[in-house]
Design a protein around this ligand. Structure first.
Ligand code: ARG
Length: 584
């Protein structure tokens, strides 16, 4: 990759000038303003600052020794001491020719592969998967795919909620009120019905509450009947999860739910107590602040009316039951022991921020010897067009399966209007890919930390920042090849003479930097925007530069530009979990 080659040479030169400098800090990035160059480095300013040197002087010294004559037309010192690189068109052409021969696709595998565990989706048993799980599922999958593409080892683990107090109520309902026929027809709906019923009875009738408690104790102590019912509930739920994952094209390496860690929980609490990390508090056991962090950064303190007060994390209730934090501590320990990952990434909504801050803080105190990067990749809510939380008209949470059905139905309408000549089976298959793709892209496009408004019309539009627009751009390129009854010649010379050709080529070149940004910051929205801009750059090129009707040399070169754009679109959408179509 060109910017990597420039970066490599820059690093070699920096070592000559500053032999002790940390070269990982020396980076080359696209120039924010193309007026000044194609690439830029601001790293020299940082190095100069660290050493109290004059940054422009350092830039001058480095530039004097830097040899980029073969790649760059011009390297300039600018501003307070950054370098701008203007790349020779010939260097872009060579890089595109290599890509066309299949030598690269504008990205490189990492030279420092690491193992990352990604905990995502993680729905709860006996409840329908709802829109709240969409973002986690889609985001987590896109991150897993991106990291894998870049050469990291990824372990995906679906931490399903298959244990906890809700099973007491479910068991009461299952034993007294289960409708077997309804269960056979729609197991989740029936389990949800009995759960809701018993849970509201519990609020009014202490007798039912007590019955639920007893059922739960029976389950926890390994009572055979309750155990069997519980297993059946999990099996039925897993079937529903699997059908959704199948539709979304998502798979997990492991599904180690909360129940898996159950046998380990008492030991976790005992150790935390013995080490003084947790202590008794009003009959329960909880982790308190150790006073080592500034209060502002301490997740175990909370500011109330200007005063810092304890904000403990419960690990064992007074009745002996365990908490979400306890399970997560056991899970974290298990993962570090089993897989020795460099990173563990949790994808959940933003309301769990405090939980993860406490979890990470507590784990570091418990296992200071374990070196692992812990990341909570959180996201905001999905809103209706009126700005309210995304619910059905009757106020229920929207079920994921219904949402996907509707996406496909709506996509079928769009496809049928546009391509009435296709058979129904073809249109349905296109609608499936377009519908699911539209939902995924709409979910990945916004900055994940902001709420976004769910709009069918916007996400299915054939124009704009949508999956259908990108899928259409891809299919349009394939149709050029069909029409020309040709492919791109592997040995073709690439000529970047028209401004739109050069602009498209430069955009292709930044695919790898974009992927790296996604992997570093866990933000697939960078790639969503990149692909949209790529499709736009392609449109600009296609409207201004004839392809099939061009002179032979231009025609061959432009077919390569078409081919490479198609490959990058396809690869880029694939890491977002979105399929493409040869024809739409
Ligand atoms: N089951 C939880 C929920 O639905 C998400 C679990 C996330 N993962 C974890 N290790 N806590 O909110």
């Amino acid at each position: 990759m060109l910017h990597k080659t420039i970066e490599k040479r820059l690093r070699e030169t920096v070592t000559q000038v500053l032999p002790e400098a940390n070269l990982n800090l020396v980076q080359v990035r696209p120039c924010p303003d193309p007026k000044f160059g194609d690439y830029q480095t601001t790293s020299l300013m940082m190095l100069a600052k660290e050493r109290k040197m004059n940054p422009r002087q350092l830039a001058t010294d480095v530039l004097a020794k830097l040899d980029l004559g073969d790649l760059c037309e011009k390297v300039e010192i600018a501003g307070a001491g950054f370098l701008n690189f203007r790349v020779k068109t010939a260097a872009f052409e060579t890089s595109l020719e290599a890509a066309n021969r299949g030598e690269h696709l504008f990205f490189e595998k990492t030279t420092q592969p690491h193992t990352a565990v990604i905990d995502f989706s993680s729905p709860n048993v006996a409840k329908p998967m709802h829109v709240g799980h969409i973002r986690s599922t889609i985001l987590g999958d896109a991150l897993a795919r991106t990291l894998r593409l870049l050469g990291h080892q990824v372990i995906t683990d679906n931490h399903i909620g298959d244990w906890g107090t809700q099973f007491g109520m479910l068991l009461v309902g299952w034993k007294n009120d289960l409708n077997r026929e309804a269960l056979a027809a729609d197991p989740i709906a029936e389990m949800e019905r009995i759960y809701k019923k018993v849970s509201s009875q519990c609020k009014e009738d202490p007798g039912v509450l007590e019955a639920a408690r007893l059922e739960l104790v029976q389950l926890q102590q390994g009572g055979v009947e309750n155990r069997e019912i519980w297993e059946e509930m999990i099996k039925l739920s897993q079937k529903q999860f699997n059908s959704i994952y199948g539709r979304l094209g998502i798979r997990f390496d492991h599904t180690l739910g909360e129940s898996f860690y159950n046998p380990r929980l008492q030991k976790v609490v005992d150790e935390l107590m013995a080490r003084g990390i947790a202590r008794e508090s009003e009959g329960a056991k909880a982790i308190f602040s150790d006073g080592k962090l500034p209060p502002k950064e301490d997740p175990f303190l909370i500011n109330r009316d200007g005063e810092w007060q304890p904000n403990p994390a419960l690990v064992q209730k007074s009745d002996g039951g365990f908490n979400y934090t306890t399970t997560d501590l056991a899970t974290l320990q298990y993962r570090t022991e089993r897989w020795h990952p460099e990173a563990i990434v949790y994808v959940t909504d933003g309301r769990q921020q405090l939980h993860f801050q406490q979890l990470f803080g507590a784990f570091q105190r418990w296992h200071p010897e374990v070196k692992v990067k812990l990341a909570h990749v959180w996201f905001g809510s999905i809103l209706r067009e009126d700005g309210k939380p995304f619910k059905t008209r009757s106020g229920e949470t929207v079920k994921l399966a219904d949402l996907l059905d509707e996406a496909e139905e709506r996509a079928l309408k769009v496809v049928s209007e546009k391509s009435s000549e296709l058979s129904e089976a073809q249109r349905k298959e296109i609608a499936r890919i377009v519908g699911v793709g539209a939902v995924k892209y709409a979910d990945l496009l916004p900055n994940r930390q902001s709420d976004y408004v769910f709009s069918w019309d916007k996400m299915l539009a054939l124009n704009g920042t949508t999956a259908p627009y990108l899928q259409y751009a891809y299919a349009r390129i394939r149709s050029i090849f069909r029409k020309g009854e040709t492919g791109a010649d592997r040995e073709a010379k690439v000529l970047l003479r028209a401004p739109h050709e050069l602009a498209l080529a430069k955009h292709l070149m930044t695919f790898g930097i974009t992927l790296e940004g996604v992997a570093e910051e866990y933000r697939p929205n960078f790639l969503c925007s990149y692909l949209y801009e790529l499709a736009d750059a392609f449109t600009g090129f296609y409207e201004n530069c004839p392809v099939l009707k061009a002179e032979p040399a231009d025609r061959a070169s432009r077919l390569v530009l078409c081919e490479l754009t198609a490959r990058v679109l396809k690869q880029g959408l694939e890491v977002l979990g979105i399929d493409v179509l040869e024809q739409m």
